[in-house]
Design a binder for this molecule. Structure first.
Ligand SMILES: [Zn+2]
Length: 70
């Protein structure tokens, strides 16, 4: 039996994308659409107003580097 690849709509532009290993960016049709979607997501997150912690310094320590504790 010859199995046809499933087609899924790109979440960004709606274009049909073959759900196969060849489609590296599935369910997006391209890297561009994937980045657009991720960008929209980030924008949503940044919309959360930050009004608290005015006393706290803005810069948080960027995590410990592995191996720094001895
Ligand atoms: Zn697309």
């Amino acid at each position: 039996m010859n199995q046809e690849p499933s087609l899924v709509p790109c979440p960004t532009c709606g274009k049909s994308v073959s759900w196969t290993p060849a489609s590296a960016w599935r369910p997006f049709c391209s890297e561009r659409c994937k980045l657009i979607d991720l960008g929209a997501w980030a924008t949503e997150r940044y919309r959360v107003p930050v009004v608290e912690d005015k006393d706290q310094p803005e810069t948080a320590p960027p995590g410990e580097t592995p191996g720094s504790r001895s």
